[in-house]
Design a protein around this ligand. Structure first.
Ligand SMILES: O=C(O)C1=C[C@@H](OP(=O)(O)O)[C@@H](O)[C@H](O)C1
Ligand SMILES: C=C(OP(=O)(O)O)C(=O)O
Length: 435
């Protein structure tokens, strides 16, 4: 892609159309499937990850039907764990691989969970062990990896200590299954990463009628048995996805507003805008919308711990060469275990652009520099593609994504929307982008 680079333009506010949150959509779908009766998930994200999740729930006995042009998805839940046998395809979705097996374990029968080669490579030993300790018969590859075979006869529940240093999704999956256990489940959570996602889980569980107590100091969550009740959920725009248009505002000196993402958002990744503030952008988080205004260049020369907002660290790292000093991002070791080894993927691609980068187990430092044209290896990672698209826009340099279509994991229309907001960004020639 070749872009026109930053231009002197009047500061007309750009209003971005950001699709719904993946994390809210897939949690709401699961809880609705576990509740008896009819729930509605309004304004759901329609992308590879949520369509895979919806299809998987249909396999597991819930009925999920789209209404209109996906204005809402209607879910008819069963009020209990699923009945096997069932084979469940999780595609590339970590949320499916980590949320659905605990739910299935509260049901009866045999279940096989599998996914793409990319998902098969992702670890989930702590989750597989937890299910086995709770009494399910589990057979998985080393590290709890897919394919995972489960023989379920309901779960009694009880007490469990869980290592959440690799992913918070194990905790979320077990918590969402907990009200369906016979005695309830108390989790002692150790070394938790991505904390805001746990809060999102608890807030949605409460919305669907679950009862639990949280002992913050002890890291203990006690969930009572009793199941869920049906509820409606309005899904707000995805804050991780919004990071790309906010970063685009910062590098072009424009103003971008995302309606529907406000101060009450349960999405931790909205915190990314606070990092942009450190780069010199002006940020307003209102009740109903968030606005970022760039201008005066990007400031660097700081360290940021992005452990809680790790899906957005690549957004910052990719634009960091345009800053006036080095930027160090810390606390993101778990980002090596996602769709790609994201620290390595960012480092290799920035070096291909001629940028100096240092990295360690859980950190990366990016030095200022003028990027040169390069081919970006996306590793089928939607966030690598979207992050480097913003660098291309901000630098005006030709960066060719090797797989522009991989954005469909969470935002099938990404390139078109970035082009609509910033016509200097050319839509990559691709047979792969699915609108
Ligand atoms: O629970 C969730 O919806 C998610 C949790 C995070 O994963 P980890 O807990 O593995 O960091 C995040 O990266 C992912 O995109 C979505
Ligand atoms: C890590 C991600 O996805 P997941 O773990 O849900 O597959 C992501 O969307 O950045």
């Amino acid at each position: 892609m070749k872009t026109g680079g930053p231009q002197a333009v009047p500061d007309v506010e750009l209003v971005a159309r950001i699709p719904g949150s993946k994390s809210l959509t897939n949690r709401a779908l699961l809880l609705a499937a576990a509740a008896p009766g009819t729930s509605r998930v309004r304004a759901p994200l329609v992308s590879d990850d949520t369509v895979a999740f919806r299809t998987a729930l249909n396999e597991l006995g819930a009925r999920v039907e789209a209404a209109g042009a996906d204005e809402y998805w209607q879910v008819t839940g069963t009020g209990r764990g699923p009945a096997g046998p069932a084979r469940v395809w999780c595609a590339d979705a970590g949320t499916a691989a980590r949320f659905l097996p605990p739910f299935a374990a509260t049901g009866h029968g045999t279940f096989v969970f599998d996914g793409s080669a990319q998902l098969r490579a992702r670890p989930q030993a702590a989750l597989a062990d937890a299910l086995a300790r709770l009494g399910a018969r589990v057979r998985a590859h080393e590290g709890g990896r897919l394919p995972l075979h489960l023989e379920a006869a309901g779960l009694d529940g009880g007490e469990l200590t869980l290592d959440a240093s690799m992913s918070s999704q194990y905790v979320s999956g077990l918590l969402m299954a907990a009200p369906l256990t016979r005695q309830g489940l108390t989790l002692d959570v150790r070394s938790l990463v991505s904390r805001p996602y746990l809060d999102m889980t608890l807030s949605l569980m409460r919305h669907f009628g679950a009862r639990f107590e949280v002992d913050e100091a002890a890291g203990r969550i006690a969930v009572r048995p009793g199941g869920y009740r049906a509820a409606d959920v309005l899904v707000e725009p995805d804050a991780s996805t919004a990071s790309y248009v906010f970063a685009a505002a910062a590098v072009t000196g424009r103003t971008v507003t995302v309606p529907g993402l406000g101060a009450d958002s349960p999405q931790g990744d909205l915190g990314f805008v606070r990092v942009l503030e450190r780069c010199g952008a002006r940020v307003t988080i209102g009740a109903q919308a968030t606005t970022v205004t760039g201008g005066g260049g990007l400031r660097g020369g700081f360290d940021a711990d992005m452990g809680d907002v790790s899906d957005t660290f690549m957004t910052l790292a990719a634009i960091a060469p345009l800053a006036d000093g080095p930027v160090t991002i810390r606390g993101v070791g778990h980002a090596r275990l996602k769709e790609s080894d994201r620290i390595a993927a960012v480092a290799v691609n920035l070096r291909a652009c001629g940028i100096r980068v240092e990295e360690g187990a859980d950190w990366i430092t990016v030095h200022p520099g003028a990027p040169v044209p390069a081919r970006i290896a996306c590793h089928r990672d939607h966030r690598i593609a979207m992050s480097f698209a913003v660098l291309a826009l901000g630098s005006g340099v030709r960066l060719e994504l090797d797989d522009p279509g991989c954005v469909s994991k969470t935002f099938p229309g990404f390139h078109a929307e970035l082009n609509r907001l910033f016509p200097a960004y050319p839509i990559p020639a691709s047979r792969q982008e699915r609108q």
